[in-house]
Design a protein around this ligand. Structure first.
Ligand code: FMN
Length: 206
């Protein structure tokens, strides 16, 4: 399947038109679009370029039914043609941290990257460094929603699920931490218009 988007939305249009969608058109996802959405999300920034995020893409009704069960029965998990599970794997990040040093920095960059991560995270408990990894993965989670919208797709971010059950269903290691589940597809409902604090309410200008 070739990509379907005729014109990607601008960032501004993607932000303005994104809203949580819980009912989707019942058709399989264009796999090229899916790849492109994941690629765009992978361009998110992270501290020291650590790229702690990992994606598990589920397009299997049986698995989606199990995930729905783990998500307290929330219907969008099976209604969407795909669910992207976004999580951070800080242990994998630490084990392979040389891969994230920019090639332009050469061997010195690779050894420096290793030394930095060993120094900062080596003595931290797994859960503590996992929380740091999650703070990076949350950035990619946001990028993912906007990348999807820019290519004409819709999503709903979800944290209403039992993490241990999702780990068991997907065979993920105990140490991973979830940014969220993200049902993905084309909207079959309008969703709610934005209801947000004003800029004045949430901002101090100095
Ligand atoms: C981290 C996070 C977790 C959320 N978890 C759920 C969820 O489990 N189920 C759900 O229906 N919506 C969930 N939402 C969607 C929010 O209710 C929604 O984003 C918010 O009401 C604003 O509406 P909008 O996304 O349409 O702008 C979640 C949103 C975020 C950002």
């Amino acid at each position: 399947m070739t990509a379907t988007a005729t014109r990607a939305l601008s960032v501004q249009e993607a932000i303005e038109t994104r809203r949580s969608i819980r009912k989707y058109v019942q058709e399989p996802l264009n796999q090229d679009d899916l790849r492109e959405i994941l690629r765009l999300a992978s361009l998110a920034p992270s501290a020291w370029n650590a790229q702690t995020w990992r994606f598990a893409v589920v397009q299997n009704p049986e698995l989606q039914a199990k995930l729905q069960d783990a998500a307290y029965g929330q219907g969008q998990v099976t209604n969407a043609p795909a669910v992207i599970v976004v999580y951070s794997d800080m242990e994998d990040t630490l084990n392979t941290v040389e891969d994230t040093a920019h090639p332009g920095m050469g061997e010195q960059g690779r050894t420096g990257q290793r030394a930095t991560f060993d120094n900062v995270f080596g003595s931290q408990p797994v859960a503590q460094r996992g929380a740091w990894g999650l703070s990076q993965a949350n950035i990619a989670f946001g990028f993912l929603m906007l990348a999807a919208r820019s290519l004409g797709y819709d999503t709903v971010p979800m944290l209403g699920f039992q993490p241990d059950k999702v780990k068991e269903i997907l065979g993920l290691p105990e140490h991973v931490q979830f940014a969220g589940l993200l049902p993905l597809g084309k909207r079959a409902e309008d969703g709610f218009p934005h209801h947000r604090h004003s800029v004045e309410r949430i901002t101090k200008f100095y």
